[in-house]
Design a protein around this ligand. Sequence first.
Ligand code: SAH
Ligand code: AVI
Length: 356
Amino acid sequence: MIEMHLALNHAKRPATTLAVDAALARDVIAGLSAEQKFLPSKWFYDDEGSRLFQHIMALPEYYLTRTELGILHNQSGELAKWIAPDALAVDLIELGSGDGAKTVSLCEALLRQGVQCTYHPIDVSKHALTDLQRRFQAELPALPLRPIQGDYFERWPGTPPSHRQVVMLLGSNLGNLNQKQSVDLLSRVRSRLLVGDVLLLGLDLKKDPGMILAAYNDSQGVTAAFNMNLLRRLNRELEMDFDTEHFSHYASYSPLDGTARSFLVSKRRQTVRSRILDREFNFVCGETIYTEQSQKYSTEMITQLAVASGFDVANVITDDFGLYAIAILRARTQQATRSASPATIFSVGWPGFMTC
Ligand code: SAH
Ligand code: AVI
């Protein structure tokens, strides 16, 4: 994490030095100065945000987690076939691992089969990685664990060239990226792999719009609190003065493009300041900050993504109701990637105007 140290002069306390995340500062300036205000969703995951997300995963409306867990559990044999088809040692690299609750049983199954496996979870959240380490220590102390705290666009573990790399991106994390960012991330993953290495992608599928919308607008208001926590984080880390009473959570889902979107809505005309950034941001009544997209996929979209990023689709496993998929992608020769033209890759149901 890049940090800049700013000397602050406060009226009521002595000059102090506060560590500010420069990337957060840049994203906030860019996002809140844009015509359609936006904030990247990766900033949700401070300690409180990670706790709230753990709560979301257990909500009745949030079908994603339990459905994916069901597939991982019921199809562990099929998954093991791709992860460890031979005697090669495996480096399991998980992008946005969270607290590792889903991965622990998969790792357990691999160890039981005698697979020599090292697990490299990568996550921006310290809280999530601390919980993950506690969980693996208690449940799988024998598994070599190499956590990396950082952005999965920037970090990658060092692994011996003789090992097979298996990358996992579960929980429909990819859905929080727009089309270009998705291809950028998967292409970056591809550039780290050898032909035949495997990427497991957990993706939420298009379905009844009412069911999807409820997952992002739960009756207990946990998702609203998760969204609002972003403003609390900015108040703390950038000394902003958002009054959360004057913002509300708004979620939408459009079956036209398969995108769920979350916003924070300004309930009145107001100005929000940051002492650290030395900026102020004006809001009119009803103005929105676009805080998250959660893309839902069709099988055609999965194939298009794979092809555009240098992978073949080896298999797509779904639950019995077709709610959710785990796609098994195999790294193929890079040449095929170069022949794909961005203009023609995404013909099926992709929104053409996503910018954040
Ligand atoms: N894969 C887990 C967790 C999903 S929550 C599951 O399926 O349950 C999304 C996780 O991705 C969070 O823990 C968040 O901190 C992490 N994350 C989001 N953006 C990230 C980024 N750019 N780099 C690394 N981690 C990121
Ligand atoms: C982590 N990510 C895939 C979740 C999602 O479904 O988009 C984050 C989330 N946002 C609101 N609820 C859950």
